[in-house]
Design a protein around this ligand. Structure first.
Ligand code: TYD
Ligand code: MG
Length: 460
């Protein structure tokens, strides 16, 4: 075999990205003068000896059943797959001020009664933490806390407190003294996280890492940690609205797309057990441009209100803006309505908003967006007992979406009578009359955008 010549490669001291030649600026993280030569990395040195690891038939591998730790917040438990797993590392990300520390302290306060728990804060002093803890009426209890950002002190504290549950608030303010760069830099965040993850795995300690992310997903920190940790939770919501959603993006111990709903109140975060009712802000009044979407988030359907405003544009290029819904999809729906349902909307400004500060990503929202737009355009309200779900295709067809029956049941539970959906959903096993004093459920199946227009013409 030809000898592989040792390549002189360079590594960025900031983000550890390799580079074949030296440059003044790291191509990966954009830092200046951080590339250092790394002659140890010659490919010839690697992979000479194995360590005797053998493969095994997965069916024969013994798995231990872990008992999950319950946080006392059922919304949070559901999102993590039924409770925290010992030794799991959870990243809780979210914008500053969204309520990450509040959620962590509330959950930990409950768990500290059964599990030795340590809250590490590098952002707040012990007194500030205590103030929050006591203000949340959590006066009693065993939660211990330490205020430091020094990784070695944190490890010492974990060892001396024998904690089996640890919160690090936040990973961006931790620093390992053997790394030169500032806290929050990619190399610090990674180094601290790696040390903590190793500790979690070797001692079976559950660790929650709190990480800040900006609206643009900026601050590379938490993003680079996503593949290192077992579970990634994102805490989202509109700072101006009370509601907060905790969403699982990645979960080695449960499903993703689960959503926990909380409301931020004077007394901390309160669980919202019936979120559908809450996101329907308009109550039962009928308004022009308002449609109710039966969305499905994780294991639970969620009814949300979609609002649209269509108005004659004074611009050559009419505006198409949306909040909580993809604007590209909005443009597509307007084109479909124009081309396939004869709705002459191209010279109109169109605004779409999803109430409650939530974001709908699923295509099942198309039908509700289209209905809200049509309602605003023809200036007639959609009856308050009507809800919709379904995807619109570019040839004007209405496509079925997943879990139609669950959606219909949820809407029925909340008193909706008229449900507009794709004919392809083929709903069965639904009892149209669940209570004698309410009218029977009326499923209005549509096949095309034109059908949708016809159904709306009939009921508005
Ligand atoms: P916090 O948990 O500090 O956010 P994060 O850790 O994500 O930065 O919560 C910040 C906001 O929550 C703060 O602006 C005030 C509000 N808040 C309440 O409304 N009620 C409360 O009981 C608490 C503790 C916070
Ligand atoms: Mg905080």
């Amino acid at each position: 075999m030809p000898k592989i010549k040792a390549q002189h490669r360079f590594l960025c001291a900031q983000c550890k990205a390799p580079s074949a030649k030296w440059t003044g600026q790291c191509g990966a993280c954009g830092e200046w003068n951080t590339l250092i030569e790394n002659s140890q990395m010659s490919p010839g040195k690697r992979g000479k000896e194995g360590d005797g690891v053998k493969s095994a038939r997965l069916a024969d591998v013994e798995v231990s059943r872990y008992s999950r730790l319950h946080t006392g917040l059922t919304e949070l438990d559901r999102v993590v797959g039924g409770g925290l797993v010992p030794g799991a590392v959870v990243l809780l990300g979210g914008e500053p001020g969204i309520g990450k520390s509040t959620l962590a302290i509330q959950a930990m306060a409950q768990m500290a009664n059964d599990t030795p728990t340590l809250y590490v804060s590098a952002e707040e002093s012990l007194e500030q933490l205590a103030l929050r803890y006591q203000r949340l009426a959590l006066q009693d209890g065993n939660l211990e806390a330490i205020s430091t950002g020094e990784l070695s002190s944190v490890i010492e504290a974990i060892e001396s407190s024998k904690a089996s549950l640890v919160v690090i608030d936040s990973i961006q303010t931790m620093r390992a003294s053997d790394i030169d760069s500032a806290p929050g830099s990619v190399s610090q965040v990674r180094e601290c996280a790696e040390v903590l993850i190793q500790l979690a795995k070797s001692r079976s300690i559950t660790i929650i890492l709190i990480g800040h992310v900006t609206k643009e997903g900026g601050l590379a920190g938490p993003k680079t940690l996503e593949h290192l940790v077992d579970t990634v939770l994102y805490f989202e919501g509109d700072a101006t609205s009370r509601y907060r959603l905790v969403r699982a993006w990645k979960n080695r111990f449960g499903t993703v797309n689960e959503v926990g709903v909380f409301a931020m109140t004077e007394g901390g975060l309160k669980e919202v057990k019936n979120p559908s009712a809450m996101f329907l802000s308009g109550g039962s009044e009928e308004c022009v441009g308002r449609a109710v979407l039966i969305s499905q988030d994780g294991s639970r359907p969620l009814l949300v209100e979609v609002q649209a405003l269509v108005d004659q544009s004074t611009l050559g290029n009419p505006r198409r803006l949306s909040v909580g819904y993809d604007s590209t999809r909005l443009a597509m729906i307007l084109a479909i309505l124009h081309r396939h349902a004869g709705i002459d909307i191209l010279d109109q400004d169109v605004f779409v908003n999803v109430a409650g500060g939530i974001r709908v990503a699923e295509t099942a929202a198309d039908l509700a967006v289209a209905a809200a737009v049509i309602s605003s355009f023809v200036d007639k309200p959609i009856p308050a007992d009507t809800a919709l779900f379904g995807e619109l295709g570019l040839s004007g067809e209405v496509r079925p979406v997943v879990r139609g029956e669950d959606r219909v049941r949820e809407a029925q539970k909340l008193g909706f009578i008229n449900i507009i959906l794709s004919a392809g959903n083929q709903i069965q096993n639904i009892n149209p009359v669940t209570r004698r004093d309410t009218p029977a459920l009326n499923l209005k199946e549509v096949k095309t955008a034109l059908d949708l227009r016809a159904v709306l013409d009939e009921i508005v």
